[in-house]
Design a protein around this ligand. Structure first.
Ligand SMILES: Cc1cc2nc3c(=O)[nH]c(=O)nc-3n(C[C@H](O)[C@H](O)[C@H](O)COP(=O)(O)OP(=O)(O)OC[C@H]3O[C@@H](n4cnc5c(N)ncnc54)[C@H](O)[C@@H]3O)c2cc1C
Length: 300
């Protein structure tokens, strides 16, 4: 079966938008194709008259650090994120999450923008971008603007972006500063291609003597139709000492407020609830330890 009729390799954002406009809903963006091609091949999405490949657009493939802000092109691949020394230090959870996506072949072509635009509640890169409180620069209805990343998620697999008309350009978020750190971990069946049972990204900021939490952001996914922050736990942590007792209080509260469903593709609800505890007990202390050693950006 022929999956598309015409294939364009766009060289700029403007050219992409012109092609989408010209084909008026008949052209679709393709990045790494690791989600889209499988969806079309397996009949979950009809063959597409026109595909517009955006992976050769220079502005979409850069990783930039502008003082304390990181700007990440939508077409940066998981492999490049994983190998970036700047991101290893300044966005550690993102590096860890992109490092577990699929296998090397998938990471070499799959992009962070495709992970977000596909809008699944358990995208690994997405989970960390949520914990990093990222914003996405999008072109929607011809208007280019920044949106909080969570606004892009409308339902499982349903994005605010219509990828036959709109473009996700890049992401921005704060690079880790002194007393800040992050971590990602995931529970997954070890065998074959499987869905994750749960993933967890944590970002923390400690006070000046690293004894107390000043702020925290936590995303555990999938526990609903769209990714979301566990704000009850985040609020509880702020101001608390960074101790074992606080960790256990955070775990207890997380298990109270997060109600993962039983899923035949993932695991039972009680097991997944246990994994909430396992993941938090791994990710929260890891983020805290890293926060204690993060250097100022200027000393890089
Ligand atoms: C074997 C295998 C294992 C995988 N394992 C994992 C895993 O462990 N964790 C995980 O999170 N994912 C996994 N995935 C899913 C997939 O690899 C990722 O979600 C990847 O990041 C998708 O990016 P892509 O560039 O390939 O997207 P594509 O397939 O090119 O596009 C996905 C969708 O997003 C749209 N789109 C892409 N980029 C843009 C843009 N810039 N603007 C607007 N719309 C856009 C496309 O039109 C399409 O609808 C796996 C996939 C495979 C095949």
């Amino acid at each position: 079966m022929q999956l598309w009729n015409r294939y364009f390799l766009a060289s700029s954002v403007d050219e992409t938008l012109e092609l989408l406009l010209q084909y008026d809903g008949q052209a679709r963006i393709i990045a790494g194709g690791t989600d889209l091609l499988i969806e079309m091949r397996e009949g979950h999405r009809p063959p597409q008259p026109v595909l517009v490949d955006i992976t050769a657009i220079p502005a979409l493939t850069t990783i930039e650090q502008d003082n304390d802000q990181i700007i990440l092109g939508a077409c940066v691949t998981h492999a490049r994120i994983t190998h970036s020394t700047a991101l290893q230090k300044r966005a550690t959870c993102l590096v860890e999450s992109c490092g577990v996506v699929g296998g090397p072949q998938v990471r070499n072509v799959g992009t962070i923008g495709g992970n977000v635009a596909h809008a699944l509640p358990a995208g690994d890169g997405t989970t960390s971008l949520v914990a990093l409180d990222a914003e996405a620069e999008v072109v929607i209805d011809g208007e280019r603007h920044w949106r909080p990343i969570l606004e892009l998620f409308q339902g499982p697999g349903v994005s605010l972006l219509d990828s036959t008309r709109d473009l996700l350009v890049r992401f921005r978020f704060q690079a880790h500063q002194p007393h800040e750190g992050s971590a990602f971990d995931r529970i997954m069946r070890p065998q074959g291609v499987a869905l994750p049972i749960l993933g967890c990204a944590v970002w923390v900021r400690l006070n000046a003597d690293n004894s107390h939490y000043e702020a925290a952001r936590i995303c555990i996914a999938p526990v609903g139709p769209t990714p979301r922050r566990i704000t009850a736990v985040e609020n509880m942590l702020a101001g608390c000492p960074a101790t074992e007792d606080t960790l256990e209080a955070a775990v207890a509260l997380a298990q109270e407020v997060i109600k993962p469903r039983t899923s035949k593709y993932r695991a039972t609800a009680p097991y997944r609830s246990e994994m909430v505890a396992v993941l938090l007990r791994r990710a929260l202390p890891a983020a805290v330890e890293r926060a204690k050693t993060t250097m100022p950006v200027t000393s890089q």
